[in-house]
Design a protein around this ligand. Sequence first.
Ligand code: SF4
Length: 315
Amino acid sequence: MVELLASGGSFDMVKACADNGADAVYVGAYGWSRRRSMYEMNDDTIKKCADYLHGKGKKIRVAINTLPHSDEVGSFLDKVATFASYPIDDIILTDPGLMRVTKENFPEISIHASVGCTIVNYFDARFYREAGASQVVTECRMPLKCLGNLKKKAGVGVEVLVHATTCNTFLGRCTMSSYTKFDHAEDEHGKRHFEGSPNRGGLCYRICLTTWEVERPGWHREEGIVLRNRAYFIFDDIPDLIDAGVDTLKIQGREYSTSLVGSMVGLYRRVIDGYLENPAGFRIRPFRDRLEELKYVRDVERREKTSALISEAAN
Ligand code: SF4
């Protein structure tokens, strides 16, 4: 059965996701999850989320998907040990070395290769399976026909983002924000935070969404260039994704409002259940008006967040 996974940027959001029909919720460990700390959680809140979700028969997945230096591996393993004791169900990792050491030390936790791994073909997926992952998040633009193929050839579970913001370049490989924010600091646990690097405990400031001036040799200077970076909902393809054997449909959005995320989860739940109950008679059209309403709210929230981040990066 396909799993609906949603994001929890706070305990209330975790509750909203679970109560609106998510099968699993992912949360970010404070300092370790490629998001601003206000959307991450301390250990006690993660424990509270684990208890709440398990009480409802749902799963919790914890993102620890930054790329630690050797000096930080000790704190990484302490973190995983703490979460394993709660317990948690799955862990989201990017670094293949850490996947291996986690697999050896915590075989009871299943490892999911993060979207930050930039898995674009089945050789990548196989590589991460050999490192210890049982499921991989595929790159956002992977065509439908490649997904089933990847699952078969790599022998791993496949997770697809159905609501996300893509990147101008491959998600996980962008260094643009680190050119505007380059300070770094170490916290009390020895974890380093490089301000403009989501891979190293910092943040994406959505720098690609500023307007650019481009100069090319032999061309006139162009101004006001906006790079491509869509936020999207994959909607009409849900039945095809299910038929292709996708294991998890994932709704990103820890930074959105709790009410919006809860509504998104509710809509996807209805679409998935509607299709599974009656594949031959299922029609997506009746759900489209609701999607349009949610898109509008999402776009308003996204614009506000993006301009705040861009101004912050400029200061
Ligand atoms: S700056 Fe743009 S392309 Fe880079 S990580 Fe952020 S959203 Fe993605």
